[in-house]
Design a protein around this ligand. Structure first.
Ligand code: COA
Length: 327
């Protein structure tokens, strides 16, 4: 029997503050009708001023550990995926390790933007199946609202905050992660960016005046590439793993835009009952969207033992990725 990585615990945390489309109507030139029709989003969560990304990750992590029946000291590795970490140095994973008291764990961050959770899952799977880790916490947390220009209606209606966590452990058998696939096209790096605050555009008055410390997105161009790429990704993944779409119990896509999700489901011929969607409540929480969705899907009884679940994501980089899990 092969050794596989199995998700043995899940948890999520969404900040309390809700920002709905009607409130946004009062902030920028937009409407509930436009946002609903073009994105599917109705409301999103915004972190409190006293919350940092590691705080969101901490709450999601504690819930995931509780559901796995583990203590922080049982962990041997912590991977945080984020594009909105607490600070450039140290890693948010190290800060989280300290807050959790996970004294036996190595800790590092991974950034693949909205594809971060699936990149993290692939790295975690490699650590587990090569026996370098046996109790791994993978947490995806984002406070995108800190990097949003509230005067830019093309981004401020989309990006939002949240965190999701999973615990991974080894198990011999047919259940667990079947495959992960990672892709990147750096030629299109400028479609979605947060240019400021790094070595290219450090924090200087001129760069702040040029609004380089905000998320910038060429939305329509990104949309067209995302639809084409994801349609190919999901069909290629199932084909390579020898699975028919009808054998899938649930598709959990990155929650970016309902029109992208509908197009992907249509390409697979999947009815929407087999697609998990929660972006109407949370908007686009970048790398956190898939683990939040997994946690909610499990709690809602949408995933059962033996189910085939397909995960897919697309984001800045450009990056895109899939994972097939037999639950
Ligand atoms: N409210 C009202 N009008 C808006 C608006 C808003 N919030 N945002 C943009 N518009 C306007 C534009 O200014 C444009 O007006 P114009 O025709 O007068 O120039 C019009 O709506 C159409 O803009 P466009 O950007 O072509 O809209 P779209 O249908 O592509 O939808 C997104 C915009 C951002 C919702 C969509 O492109 C998208 O979801 N992109 C992909 C996001 C993604 O997947 N990212 C990767 C993962 S993070």
């Amino acid at each position: 029997m092969p050794l596989r990585s199995k998700i043995t615990g899940t948890g999520s945390y969404l900040p309390e503050k809700i920002l709905d489309n009607f409130q946004l109507e009062k902030m920028v030139d937009t409407s509930d009708e436009w946002i609903t029709e073009r994105t599917g989003i109705k409301e999103r969560r915004i972190a409190g001023t006293d919350e940092a990304t590691s705080d969101l990750c901490l709450k999601a992590s504690k819930r995931a550990l509780r559901s796995a029946g583990l203590k922080p000291s049982d962990l041997d590795m912590i991977i945080v995926t984020t594009m909105s970490g607490d600070m450039p140095m140290p890693s948010t994973a190290s800060i989280l390790q300290g807050k959790l008291g996970a004294k036996n764990a190595a800790a590092f961050d991974l950034n693949a933007a909205c594809s971060g959770f699936l990149y993290g899952l692939s790295v975690a799977d490699s650590f587990i199946t090569s026996r370098k880790s046996s109790r791994l916490l993978l947490v995806s947390g984002e406070i995108n609202s800190r990097f949003i220009n509230w005067e830019d209606r093309s981004t401020c209606v989309i990006f939002a905050d949240g965190a999701g966590a999973v615990v991974l452990e080894p198990e011999s058998g047919k259940r667990g992660i079947i495959s992960t696939r990672l892709y990147s096209n750096g030629e299109l790096w400028d479609l979605i960016t947060l240019p400021g605050g790094g070595s290219k555009h450090p924090i200087r008055e001129a760069n702040i005046n040029s609004k380089l410390h905000f998320i910038h997105m060429k939305g329509n161009e990104t949309f067209r590439v995302a639809v084409k790429t994801l349609e190919r990704l999901v069909t290629d993944t199932l084909h390579a793993d020898g699975l028919k779409p009808s054998q899938l119990s649930l598709l959990i896509p990155h929650q970016a835009n309902i029109r992208i999700i509908n197009a992907t489901a249509e390409r697979l011929g999947l009815p929407m009952e087999k697609v998990f969607v929660n972006l109407q409540k949370y908007g686009n929480t970048s790398s956190a969207s898939i683990p939040i969705a997994i946690d909610e899907a499990l709690k809602a009884g949408r995933i059962n033992e033996g189910d085939y679940v397909l995960l897919e994501a697309f984001g800045s980089g450009l990056t895109w990725a899939s994972a097939l899990i037999k639950w």
